[in-house]
Design a protein around this ligand. Sequence first.
Ligand SMILES: [Zn+2]
Length: 295
Amino acid sequence: MHNSEDKLHRFIFENTDIRGNYVKLSHTIKKATEHQALPQNLHTTLGELMVASSLLASTLKLDGSLTLQIQTNGPLKLLIAECNGNLGMRGTVKWNGPIESVAPIDLIKEGHFIITLIQKNAKTPYQGIVPMEGNSISELLENYMLRSEQIQTKLWIHSKNDIFHGLLIQKLPFNSSVEELNHDEMKSVWERIIESANQSFHSVHSELEASENLQNVFYSETIRLYDPTSLSFACSCSKKSVENMLRLIGKEECKSIIEEQTSITIHCDFCNECYQYLEDEVDFVFSESNNSTKH
Ligand SMILES: [Zn+2]
């Protein structure tokens, strides 16, 4: 199974209110990017953003999607990473001009970084702006989490040979089950855990099991590891979503495209799918839409 190696592991540090997520991603990112012909720096940046989206998504009860999006006025136009509640992921990059020699942080630092949370039962999506304060995607998101959610969160992401490793450590705001440790003790445990990750997370091995990697990084802690969850590439595009898009474009505009080009072709940048509509199919879309709006 080509996606079987991509796993997310949730864990807690025993007797603390500190939890973590560790993810290893390779096939999912490969599948998401194989049709995009990305230069290495863009591949790395998109990979990091996808890792970050999976780490953040898995801290939430997500029945929808979490999207991280960066837009800049520089050569990098748009960078999107999305993760849904089943840890299905997709991502895309749009850029213009020579970009290969730009360092990843320089690609994004003048940009607008937006986090969007869509929950199926919420009327409107939640959107937050991630301030461009930091020298990596991890630092930017750490600052955002602290400011907007008041949750102490630390992220580490690194990649080697296109295998990405991500770690998120979060101090929960309260936990009634943890009363043995006082505030100062908890603070020093938190600092020790952060220090361990700073020291050793970059040296986790792709060949080792998650439990071994985590025990190596946090050798003085007791970790309770939960069953892992698989991650895979997933695109949410569909004939139905494309037809909704055609309805937004409007009948007149669709007709004039058909007159010029004999068909309408809509390409999904995330999965490379092409949706093509000939005149009679466009007519059908609009007749169906008329029917549905009458009822
Ligand atoms: Zn698609």
